[in-house]
Design a protein. Structure first.
Length: 142
């Protein structure tokens, strides 16, 4: 199924895009053991979401642990990316990074559960808030 793929085109690779992601205008949140950073992108090209995963050598000393953590994050994103992509408008593009914070290996089921939480929060933040504009403030205490 193409819905659950994570092709090279979906990877955030360009240095300029990564620099823009970590500069002003981006939003971030922590859902242990992940930190998610995202911003709306200016480009019109497909795919709608580009993602990078990162594990610091300071957090995971051994390469096998870093590679496992990256594999867990990629797999969790791949299986649950529709949580985010289904809420985007046709013309919205998002760049996101998932950064590993734990110093020890974490169970894959826990990583997937936290990835779902992160994607839901990102989707809620990015999706247009249509209901807020139509509700008047009834309690005006002047």
């Amino acid at each position: 199924m193409k819905t659950f793929s994570f092709k090279k085109a979906e990877h955030l690779c360009l240095k300029n895009d990564i620099d823009r992601l970590f500069n002003a205008g981006s939003k971030a949140m922590t859902v242990w053991p992940l930190r998610a950073v995202w911003r709306l992108a200016d480009e019109e090209a497909l795919p709608p979401v580009k993602v990078m995963v990162s594990v610091s050598k300071r957090k995971q000393r051994h390469a096998v642990d870093r590679n496992r953590a990256k594999r867990q994050m990629r797999e969790a994103y791949r299986r649950n990316k529709t949580i985010l992509t289904s809420k985007l408008d046709e013309n919205q593009r998002v760049h996101a990074a998932f950064i590993w914070l734990a110093e020890h290996p974490v169970n894959s089921a826990d990583v997937e559960r936290k990835m779902k939480v992160a994607l839901k929060r990102m989707a809620d933040d990015i999706a247009p808030h249509k209901h807020q504009a139509t509700t008047p403030n009834e309690h005006n205490h002047d």
